[in-house]
Write a protein that binds this ligand. Sequence first.
Ligand code: NAP
Length: 332
Amino acid sequence: MSDTTHTQLLIIGSGPAGYTAAVYGARAMLKPMLIQGMQPGGQLTITTEVENWPSLLEIQGPELMVKMEEHARAMGTEIVNDVVTRLDLSHRPFRAECDSGRVVTADAVILATGAQARWLGLDTEEKFKGFGVSACATCDGFFYRGKPVLVIGGGNTAVEEALFLTKFASKVTLVHRRDSLRSEKILQDRLFKNPKVEVIWNHELVEVEGEDSPLGVTGAVLRSTKDGSTMKIGGDGIFIAIGHAPASELVKDQLELHNGGYVKVQPGSTRTSIPGVFAAGDLTDHIYRQAVTSAGMGCMAALDAEAFLAEHGQAGLPDPQHGELAETVSAE
Ligand code: NAP
């Protein structure tokens, strides 16, 4: 398939940053196109309860993302289920090539590609990935019904994954390299109260142990971060939850990055090192990384893009295919 379309505003990514940018971009009459990427809805689609989205005491992550997508669509965003494989930001209009063969040119681009799970980089972790080693408890937890599992990490993700796994596993051992967790206190409280959970402090995973036929995990070797001594522990599943890395692969040679791969934006804005290209959410934020802060940055990116397009005489131009919409604008 080879199909070229032009849009005023191209949004790449479908987490809270992307969908919020879409809502604001559509309401600014920019008729945005949003390309969802490999995992429509982003990281929240692989979590369970979300308890910190203002106005909702509790909602499942996937449900929240479905609602955001519906909202963006209802406002007039064209949502495309495709993956951008190449992005040329060397001149305007910018050009995105997608996995399906679709080509999109755009006057402005909002990057909201988020972040992906980090791995430890061990050979044995790689060997057993998908065969006992996972970075997603909500995807794979079910396979460990009645079995002992390990979770590596001490942040919100690790604690949430550990708590989720207690629904299935016979025992959940959280292994953390320090002697205190960095996760929210409310989550820590739930973790420490759960009788299925044990925490091994001051240890790191150095080797995944398992069998070759059939390929599967049987345990792990842990090393003390205090004295270097090692210990073995049994387990059928190992969940790596050591944080996330920004998904900046598409733009790493084109935009200024910092802090290990995050897209650099001008302070107090979403402007990147290329005029007309904006970044929002986990792709650019190495500090807060919350759904609600990503959504806020998505809003900022749409407002920044609107201002940029207005400066270039390209904002909210009447579209003959959307005559009614254009009339509504001029009537207001
Ligand atoms: P994170 O907060 O960066 O925590 C990563 C954890 O992994 C830390 O405890 C870190 O240890 C540990 N770690 C990192 N590299 C390691 C290594 N090589 N070996 C062993 N341990 C290692 O990442 P996250 O938990 O994925 O959370 C990312 C962001 O999303 C955070 O801002 C978090 O608040 C947010 N989040 C929020 C929620 C929620 O609000 N419910 C849920 C999930 C995530 P140290 O502590 O020693 O550095």
